[in-house]
Ligand binder design. Sequence first.
Ligand SMILES: Cc1cc2nc3c(=O)[nH]c(=O)nc-3n(C[C@H](O)[C@H](O)[C@H](O)COP(=O)(O)OP(=O)(O)OC[C@H]3O[C@@H](n4cnc5c(N)ncnc54)[C@H](O)[C@@H]3O)c2cc1C
Length: 432
Amino acid sequence: MPIDFHLSPSQAGTHQAARSLARNLLLPSRQTYLQHPPNSPLRFQSTQPTYAAAVSAGLLKGQVSPAHGGTGGTLIESAILVEECYSVEPSTALTIFATGLGLTPLNLAAGPQHVEFLAPFLSGEGSPLASLVFSEPGGVANALEKGAKGFQTTARQEGDEWVINGEKMWATNCAGWDFKGCDLACVVCRDVTTPLEEGQEPQDKVMIILVTRADLDRNGEGSFEVLRHIATPGHTSVSGPHVRYANVRVPAKNVLCPPGQGAQVAFGSFDGSAVLVGAMGVGLMRAAFDAAIAFAKRDDRGGAVPLLERQAFADLLSGVKMQTEAARALTWKAAHAMENGPGDYDARRELALAAKVFCSEAAVKACTDVINAVGITAYDLDQPFSDLLNTAVVLPIFDGGNVGIRRRHLQQLMLKPTYDAWAATYGPSTSE
Ligand SMILES: Cc1cc2nc3c(=O)[nH]c(=O)nc-3n(C[C@H](O)[C@H](O)[C@H](O)COP(=O)(O)OP(=O)(O)OC[C@H]3O[C@@H](n4cnc5c(N)ncnc54)[C@H](O)[C@@H]3O)c2cc1C
């Protein structure tokens, strides 16, 4: 591929469509959810009409792979969409993108027997929610560590059924609009039908089971419960409560990934989302820069010249601009490499992880830099700056925290004897 950063006609079309969607559809939803108290679950519920409009605009079908009947584009196009939405209204956007994350395990692993589970998301109707139900109240960073407890949500095979038990927490959309369960949950759990045998690794027991709302309804009262809605400083219209599955029985056809295949698909899903967290960071940095430069042009803080003419302010701003450009370049490169190479999967994955870590941390710093530049005015809730920081601060710690998960994966890649540092840029190294 020649190095060329012009958008293709299709990418430019995605950019324009995303711009219009963010401003005309997502932004108005903010006015609606802000009418409810901070972190009231009503905030999430009030975004349902916006979500439904996004569904009819094709946003869910656009997150399903063409191989399964969807209209999903490239990862670069997704990054363009995510950046645009995050620069305008991240909270409502996350509810939409989290359904995409919930469908990713199916994009990666669905067979013909799973087609029926995708149907509601291809119809362009209603407001179906999907969720990748991975995180647990006791933490997941070490779920695959030998000798550790492993996932505490378990599944046991009984005849033609699997029985799921356990608690999950934080999984966006997992409880659905009425908090009785979402339309489709990809539940990552540990098979306890038989004990771990000598020589087996913890990941040999990890599986993914599809749990639909119809399954939960059939299991009846008490099978699925919201234990607590979680109040968060940012993303205040997002729902990812602490929930419990109690003896939820599903048919064997609901097994998306049998024991031994679940971890790879779950982590593969998070490889794609890592790139998109990079795009989220870019969107927030962009919004922070735009708001700060507008302030610096219109305000002089009692001096004779606008703040932008003060070198200290300009230096902070140009620093944010440079970081934003660098973050976007890394995100786009990671997105392109994931789908096109060069390099093997490990080399591509390293770039995805790098985009997640670099852009998420750069976004937090950009928000604090513009707050320092703007000064006390930034502390006024009528200004966008504190909200941007409250939103950005989750990027390093969600979607796999940078300290306990993402950097650990980067380390594991470097430790491999086959590690090939620059393969995702120049192709596999030769031995000469
Ligand atoms: C808005 C939002 C949306 C979310 N959406 C989803 C979703 O859709 N699905 C889902 O499943 N989850 C979701 N989550 C949850 C979140 O993605 C994960 O729970 C979180 O990323 C777990 O990462 P962690 O590193 O904090 O893990 P934890 O296991 O909680 O680890 C906590 C800390 O312990 C330390 N630590 C742990 N292990 C090690 C180690 N081996 N080495 C060094 N340090 C270690 C690190 O400092 C780490 O930061 C969401 C959360 C939020 C806030």
